[in-house]
Design a protein around this ligand. Structure first.
Ligand SMILES: *[C@@H]1O[C@H](CO)[C@@H](O)[C@H](O)[C@H]1NC(C)=O
Ligand SMILES: *[C@@H]1O[C@H](CO)[C@@H](O)[C@H](O)[C@H]1NC(C)=O
Ligand SMILES: *[C@@H]1O[C@H](CO)[C@@H](O)[C@H](O)[C@H]1NC(C)=O
Ligand SMILES: *[C@@H]1O[C@H](CO)[C@@H](O)[C@H](O)[C@H]1NC(C)=O
Length: 499
C-alpha cells in the first residue's frame, strides 16, 4: 500500500515536472540553441528576447568544419513537436540533405582517403537500429520504386567507398534523425496510426544512391520495420525538386550572374591564389588541376573521418609533402567571405526564390488541403519526406529568409509542421477546418526558426496568437516571395528580363 502511494506521488511529481519543463520550453525560458548547433547570425536585431550583443567572432574554421561533419556521437536538444497544449498536429513536411558521403573529387597525386562504405553494426559510429535496418533493406525489392530508383542499391556496400557514396556515418546520421522525428511525432503526437495507409506517407528522392539511402534510413528510424508494400518512392529529376515547373529562364540567368560574381570574388582573393599555388607546389601538380579538383571537399572528408590530411604520392616529385590545416583554413576563410558577399549582393537570393518556389508551392498546397480536407478522393500525406542535396536545401533556406543558418551540413533537416488550434473543432457550422485556425512552425536541425523566416519575422508572438498563422506562409509562397524580383507570381518572375 505504502509502495503504491509512493509510486503515485512520484508519478504526480513527474507529471508536474513534465508540465513545467514543457511550458518553460514553450515560453522559451530555456535555451533554444542546441549545443554545437549553428546559430543564425545577423537576425538578432529582430529578436524580442533580450540578447547580449557581442561582435561575431571570426569563424573558427576547424570548429566550423566539425559542425559541417555533424558527427553522430553528440546528443541534441530538439524542438520538433513542441507547441501549445491542445493544438493538433496535422502534417509534417521534411527536407533533408543526404548524410556523410565520400568526396566527389580526388586530389591529384594523393591517395584517396581509406574509408569502408560497407555497413557493420560492429564498426563506429553505430546505432541500435543499424543491424535491423540492414536486414530490412535487403527486403526492399517489395517496395514500389519510381523510374530508375528501383535499380539503385538501398544500402552503401563497397569496402572501398566509391565517389559520392554514402558512408556508415551518413546512414547513422539519418537513423538518428528518424528516431528524433519518431519521438516527436509518433510517440508524442500520434501523427500516424499504427495501421497507416500508403497515401499518408510520401517520400521523394533524386536518382542518386546517397539521397535514396539517406531517405530510407530516416524513414526506418521514423517508422521502424515499415511494411515495404506500403511504400512508394517518387523520383525527382531535378535537384531543385521543381517537378513539372522547372522551366524558368530568369532563374538560370540569376544563377549565371551569381556564378560570375563568385568567380570575381575568388580570383580577386590574393591569399587564396597563393594558397592554391602553395598546395599545388607541395603536390607537384598544376595549380589549375588542383583547383578543378575542389580540394576542400576531400579535406573536409579527411577531417570528418579523423584521417590525416593527404600527402604527395611516393611517385610524385615532391614525395612526402603534405597538405596542412593551414591550407584548409585559408580556403574556408575565403568561403566565408564569399558567403558574406553573396548575401550582401542578393543575386543568390533572387535565384533562390525562383529555385525554391515549386517545392514550397507543393508544400503549401498540401498543407491547405490537409486543413480543409476538401480535395475529393485525394488523401494528402501527413508525413512527406524529400531527400535532397546541399544545392536543394541552400536555396530553400535562402528563399525563406534563413540565410543566416549557414551552409547545410551533412544530414541537415528542415521541417515544416502544420498545426490546428483547438477552436477549429468548436467552429460551429463550418465543415472541416479553415486556414484561420491553422499554424505553421519551421525548424532547422531541431531549432525553431519560425520567427526568423521572412513570412513570420514581423508577427508579434507575444500577441493573442503566439503561433505563426498558416496564411502568412500561403501568402508568402503565392505572392510575397516574388516581391524581391518585382513580380507577383512565379510565371511572371520567371519570364522577366534580367539584365
Ligand atoms: C565525437 O567523436 C569525435 C571523433 O571521434 C571526438 O573528437 C569527439 O570528442 C566526440 N564527441 C563526443 C561528444 O563524444
Ligand atoms: C554487399 O556485397 C556483398 C558482396 O558483393 C554481398 O555478399 C552482400 O550481400 C551485400 N550486402 C548487401 C546488404 O547488399
Ligand atoms: C502552385 O500551386 C497552384 C495550386 O495552388 C497551382 O495552380 C500552380 O500551378 C502551382 N505553380 C507552380 C509554379 O508550381
Ligand atoms: C525593382 O524595382 C525597383 C524600383 O523600380 C528597382 O530599383 C529594382 O532594381 C528592381 N529590382 C529588380 C530585381 O528588378
Amino acid at each position: 500500500m505504502l509502495a503504491r502511494n509512493r509510486f503515485i506521488l512520484l508519478l504526480a511529481v513527474g507529471l508536474v515536472l513534465a508540465v513545467l519543463s514543457f511550458s518553460l520550453q514553450y515560453l522559451q525560458l530555456m535555451p533554444t540553441s542546441p549545443v554545437g548547433e549553428e546559430v543564425p547570425r545577423g537576425k538578432s536585431r529582430k529578436r524580442v528576447n533580450p540578447v547580449v550583443h557581442t561582435e561575431a567572432p571570426e569563424p573558427d574554421p576547424i570548429a566550423d568544419a566539425y559542425r559541417y561533419c555533424n558527427l553522430p556521437n553528440q546528443t541534441e536538444h530538439t524542438w520538433e513537436g513542441h507547441s501549445l497544449a491542445d493544438y493538433k498536429l496535422l502534417s509534417v513536411h521534411v527536407m533533408i540533405r543526404h548524410g556523410d558521403r565520400y568526396p566527389l573529387y580526388s586530389i591529384p597525386q594523393t591517395k584517396r582517403p581509406a574509408i569502408d562504405c560497407t555497413l557493420s553494426s560492429n564498426r563506429k559510429p553505430s546505432h541500435p537500429l543499424l543491424a535491423s535496418f540492414i536486414s530490412h533493406m535487403a527486403q526492399g525489392g517489395r517496395g514500389h520504386w519510381d523510374a530508375s530508383l528501383g535499380s539503385l542499391p538501398r544500402v552503401p556496400n563497397h569496402s572501398s567507398c566509391e565517389m559520392g557514396e554514402l558512408t556508415q556515418t551518413g546512414v547513422v546520421q539519418h537513423l538518428k534523425n528518424g528516431v528524433i522525428l519518431h519521438q516527436a511525432y509518433i510517440r508524442r503526437h500520434r501523427l500516424l496510426p499504427p495501421d497507416w495507409s500508403p497515401r499518408q506517407v510520401f517520400m521523394e528522392s533524386t536518382g542518386k544512391s546517397r539521397t535514396l539511402q539517406s531517405g530510407l534510413a530516416l524513414l526506418y528510424g521514423f517508422l521502424p520495420d515499415f511494411p515495404w508494400s506500403k511504400l512508394t518512392v517518387r523520383q525527382q529529376w531535378s535537384t531543385l525538386f521543381c517537378g513539372s515547373s522547372c522551366d524558368c529562364p530568369a532563374r538560370s540567368r540569376y544563377l549565371d550572374l551569381e556564378q560570375k560574381r563568385q568567380y570575381r570574388q575568388r580570383t580577386s582573393d590574393a591569399e587564396l591564389e597563393h594558397n592554391y599555388v602553395a598546395m599545388a607546389t607541395a603536390l607537384g601538380v598544376a595549380t589549375r588541376a588542383l583547383r578543378a579538383a575542389n580540394p576542400v571537399d576531400s579535406l573536409l572528408c579527411h577531417l570528418c573521418h579523423g584521417l590525416p590530411f593527404p600527402c604527395a604520392n611516393s611517385n610524385a616529385r615532391t614525395q612526402g609533402a603534405c597538405l596542412t590545416l593551414n591550407h584548409f583554413a585559408v580556403i574556408r576563410r575565403q568561403q566565408h567571405d564569399d558567403e558574406r558577399e553573396r548575401q550582401e549582393v542578393g543575386l543568390y537570393r533572387r535565384y533562390a526564390v525562383l529555385a525554391a518556389h515549386p517545392y514550397l508551392n507543393r508544400t503549401a498546397l498540401r498543407m491547405e488541403a490537409a486543413v480543409r480536407r476538401r480535395r475529393k478522393g485525394i488523401e494528402e500525406p501527413v508525413f512527406a519526406l524529400a531527400s535532397a542535396h546541399d544545392v536543394t536545401m541552400a536555396p530553400l533556406l535562402s528563399a525563406l529568409g534563413l540565410e543566416g543558418a549557414g551552409f547545410p551540413r551533412f544530414a541537415a533537416r528542415l521541417v515544416f509542421e502544420l498545426w490546428k488550434s483547438p477552436e477549429a473543432k468548436e467552429g460551429k457550422g463550418k465543415k472541416g477546418g479553415t486556414v484561420e485556425n491553422a499554424f505553421i512552425r519551421v525548424l532547422y536541425n531541431g531549432q525553431d526558426l519560425t520567427f526568423d523566416t521572412d513570412f513570420c519575422r514581423d508577427h508579434d508572438r507575444h500577441s493573442a496568437q503566439p503561433l505563426c498563422p498558416l496564411s502568412n506562409f500561403l501568402n508568402f509562397v503565392r505572392r510575397d516571395m516574388f516581391s524581391i524580383v518585382n513580380a507577383t507570381s512565379y510565371q511572371e518572375a520567371c519570364h522577366l528580363t534580367v539584365l
